[in-house]
Design a protein around this ligand. Structure first.
Ligand code: IPM
Ligand code: MG
Length: 360
């Protein structure tokens, strides 16, 4: 009997709907190959949800996600909703769903595709051997601590509890165990009390539960240097919410384009949320040129982490590699071929179709 998975799609704003469509079609194309059945249900989040319901995260959306086997999200936000004085913002939808589903661990793998090595602004020898995984804490820290917003004074609070640190570090240390056994914890312990708790908790947990994992602590400012100076030295990196947000944008540039990086958000419950790390890219929305690969690769993470369908995940990842091998590029990756490569620039839908043709 074939397995049936129910997936909630949250296309959101900007290029979100375009890239989610290609990801959905990729899962549909994969379905007969692995005898997997997928059912899809679309729900509102972000700016479009504000327009239609007044809320960035309607209750129906959260309920539907809670009942799903997994959630695939496109992107939220755009100039239409970016008035800083607005009472509701699209980003609240994203933060709300992460919190609402208890998704405290955000996995952002950074893989360098040899075909795209020249897409990065870094020198090829710096990129050689880069294969890292950033585990970002996603439901705590300064994003969710007490805040007050006045016209003369405003503050946010970076608050972490020991259990919050422990559970995310456990995810990261486990991942390190299955990879190259190295864990780098990023903090700002020379200044911040919450970082000192973070560091001490991490040290204790790894020593007692993961003695085979090599742990180092790096200050976040230094980390931003090391990431572009010697990125191949890192295996798994774990950090709090805001530091993780910042260093994963930087890490994305190792891969050449934000359009290549998928992510998985996992947590307490059974439901995982998968999304590209890029945003809604309003400047190119609706033009059919967005790179769908990060979202397609996010479905591979879904197959692996939520459904345990490792072979199906591998097939998607290989199809993406074959598409790049064959020279196909979306415009974000254009103009970066090495002289011996012939490339063809294609749009969102064509890129999706090419990947689907390589699913075998
Ligand atoms: C991300 C984004 C979000 C974040 C924004 C859109 C709220 O930058 O997923 O990295 O800061 O978490
Ligand atoms: Mg970000």
């Amino acid at each position: 009997m074939s397995k049936n998975y129910h997936i909630v799609l949250l296309p959101g704003d900007g290029i979100g709907p375009e890239v989610v469509r290609e990801a959905r079609k990729t899962l549909e194309a994969l379905s007969p190959l692995f005898d997997l059945q997928f059912t899809f249900e679309e729900r509102l989040i972000g700016g479009i949800a504000i327009d239609e319901t007044g809320q960035p995260l309607p209750e129906e959306t959260l309920q539907a996600c809670r009942q799903a086997d997994a959630v695939l999200l496109g992107a939220v936000g755009g100039p239409k909703w970016s008035d800083p004085t607005a009472a509701v913002r699209p980003e609240q939808g994203l933060l709300g769903i992460r919190k609402g589903l208890g998704l405290y661990a955000n996995l952002r793998p950074v893989k360098i595709y040899p075909q795209l090595i020249s897409a990065s602004s870094l020198k090829p020898d710096v990129l050689a051997g880069v294969d890292l995984l950033v585990v970002r804490e996603l439901t705590g820290g300064i994003y969710f601590g007490p805040r007050e917003e006045g016209s003369e004074e405003a503050y946010d609070t970076m608050l972490y509890t020991r259990p919050e640190v422990e559970r995310v570090v456990r995810v990261a240390a486990k991942a390190a165990q299955e990879r190259r056994g190295k864990l780098t914890s990023v903090d700002k312990a020379n200044v911040l009390a919450s970082s000192r708790l973070w560091r001490q908790t991490t040290q204790h947990l790894v020593e007692t539960e993961f003695p085979d994992v090599t742990l180092e602590h790096v200050l976040v400012d230094a980390m931003t240097m090391y990431l572009i100076r010697r990125p191949a030295d890192f295996d798994v990196i774990v950090s709090g919410n805001m530091f993780g947000d910042i260093i994963t944008d930087e890490a994305a540039m190792l891969a050449g384009s934000m359009g290549m990086l998928p992510s998985a958000s996992l947590g307490e419950g059974r439901v995982g949320l998968y999304e590209p790390i890029h945003g809604s890219a309003p400047d190119i929305a609706g033009q059919g040129v967005a790179n769908p690969l990060a979202t397609i690769l996010s479905t591979a993470m879904m197959l692996r982490y939520s459904f345990g369908e490792k072979d199906a995940a591998d097939v998607i990842e290989r199809a993406v590699e074959r598409s790049l091998d064959a020279g196909y590029r979306t415009p974000d990756l254009a103009g970066v071929a090495s002289p011996d490569q012939t490339i063809e620039i294609v749009g969102t839908e064509a890129m999706g179709e090419i990947v689907r043709n390589f699913l075998y």
